[in-house]
Design a protein around this ligand. Structure first.
Ligand SMILES: Cc1cc2nc3c(=O)[nH]c(=O)nc-3n(C[C@H](O)[C@H](O)[C@H](O)COP(=O)(O)OP(=O)(O)OC[C@H]3O[C@@H](n4cnc5c(N)ncnc54)[C@H](O)[C@@H]3O)c2cc1C
Length: 402
């Protein structure tokens, strides 16, 4: 969140009824503010939509959430049910050298990473200015950066660690002193009181249920078809919960693919999913094994649901491909991964040309600029997925500290 509310002014205008606008609107209403949420379209949720299709559930954007105690307390208060990963399907894979692997590093690469873990890093710039790749090379080494960190950041931000500012994207990775090895940092962190990381969960009835429950609590406060362009005329507190026009977002295509079980000659993939580093011969960025990891993702038990991601900053052309081209890439690459022997029963595609903000050093500068200009006046706040937290969990934790 950028900026501060003016607590002596009880009126709040929130612009945007995506998850960020709804969460902050709800938190402020509970605190006794008079809230008016202006949404330019005729629906709430922005990027988030859950489609209940003939084959099963399709999420257009957020599909899962890390649930810790503070997230759980809000979900319980709203009456939103979440379900955890099936205990026998917890494996996560990285694709390397033609195979899905739980540990993608070789023995010697692992030794090199362990060595760096205990070594004081060689840094040529201040910790706050490091890209995530520079951080990774210094603290973990090249192999762990390219085959563990890079697929992970692709899964969260759809871009490479070299595009991310380490402190902005993963603040907990930054040690208190540049003289600390990663091991010393780890030890100092374990002495601090921790906020529990939480468990990966999905929404039983789809992520949109969270939107609907918030919308129900705010039904008298949301004004649809009400785009706000002129901010000067707004009285009282103003919260902007809309995307920024002048920052970089990674483009993304997601496709939820339903197969009959018989399409897999052995058995469907088991686990949470696989991430695919660039340079391994596949265009897709990763694949979630929805029906293996979570209950209730398909209309009937003979079906298998997978969600495939394509695009990101390394492949921006993907969002301009036709649906037929996207389908043929996905079918071909799922065959490479799982040896599928039949065509999918259904593919539902969502395309986002501006999907996820790139948490880069440019974004750091932009946040500082907003802090010193628009948000320097008390009562002007920015709370959106570029203002510090891209995930729903992060947003919930932020509004709970208002
Ligand atoms: C493919 C994908 C997968 C993801 N997976 C996950 C995940 O698994 N877990 C997770 O936690 N997060 C995930 N995320 C991130 C998360 O979904 C987003 O960060 C979040 O939904 C963004 O919400 P928002 O409210 O900030 O923005 P938006 O959803 O973009 O909402 C902005 C709202 O503002 C409205 N608006 C815009 N301009 C105006 C205006 N001038 N006046 C009035 N209204 C306006 C828009 O119509 C829209 O409703 C994913 C994102 C994507 C794209």
């Amino acid at each position: 969140m950028i900026g501060k509310l003016n607590p002596s002014e009880k009126q709040v205008t929130v612009v945007g009824a995506g998850i960020s606008g709804l969460l902050i609107g709800y938190a402020l209403k509970r605190k006794g503010y008079q809230v008016a949420i202006h949404e330019k379209s005729n629906r709430c949720g922005g990027l988030i939509e859950s489609k209940h299709t003939a084959c099963g559930l399709v999420e257009t954007a957020a599909h899962s959430i890390l649930v810790n105690e503070s997230v759980k307390s809000l979900l319980d208060e709203l009456g939103v049910e979440v379900i955890g990963v099936n205990p026998d399907s917890k494996a996560r894979y990285i694709y390397r050298k033609g195979k899905m692997r739980r540990m993608p590093l070789t023995f010697f690469e692992l030794l090199g990473t362990l060595f760096r873990f205990f070594r004081k890093p060689k840094l040529n710039k201040p910790l706050a200015d490091l890209t995530l790749a520079e951080w990774g090379y210094a603290y973990l080494g090249k192999a762990a950066t390219e085959f563990l960190l890079a697929p992970f950041t692709t899964g969260v931000f759809a871009c490479h660690p070299s595009e991310l500012n380490a402190k902005l994207s993963f603040p907990k990775l930054i040690p208190a002193s540049p003289d600390f090895s990663f091991f010393q940092h780890f030890r100092s962190m374990s002495k601090k009181p921790k906020s529990p990381r939480g468990q990966m969960m999905v929404f039983k009835n789809g992520t949109e249920e969270l939107i609907q429950k918030l919308e129900a609590k705010l039904k008298d406060n949301i004004i649809f078809n009400s785009p706000i362009h002129d901010l000067n005329s707004i009285k009282g507190n103003l919260v902007l919960s809309v995307p920024a026009t002048d920052i970089q977002y990674s483009p993304l295509v997601t496709a939820t693919v339903f197969f009959n079980r018989d399409a897999f000659p052995k058995s469907p993939p088991k686990g949470v999913g696989v991430l695919i580093p660039r340079g391994e011969g596949l265009r897709i960025l990763g694949c979630l094994f929805n029906s293996s990891a979570f209950k209730g993702r398909t209309a009937n038990p003979n079906q298998v649901s997978l969600t495939v991601m394509l695009g990101g900053t390394s492949d921006p052309e993907a969002v301009s491909l036709s649906e037929a081209d996207i389908e043929s890439i996905i079918e071909r690459e799922l065959q490479t991964l799982f040896n599928t022997q039949a065509k999918p029963d259904q593919i539902t595609i969502s395309k986002w040309s501006r999907a996820i903000p790139v948490y880069s050093s440019n974004l750091c500068n932009y946040i500082n600029h907003l802090d010193q200009t628009f948000c320097s006046k008390q009562g002007r706040v920015i709370f959106s997925n570029f203002s510090g937290q891209v995930s729903i969990r992060g947003m919930i934790e932020t509004i709970q500290s208002i």
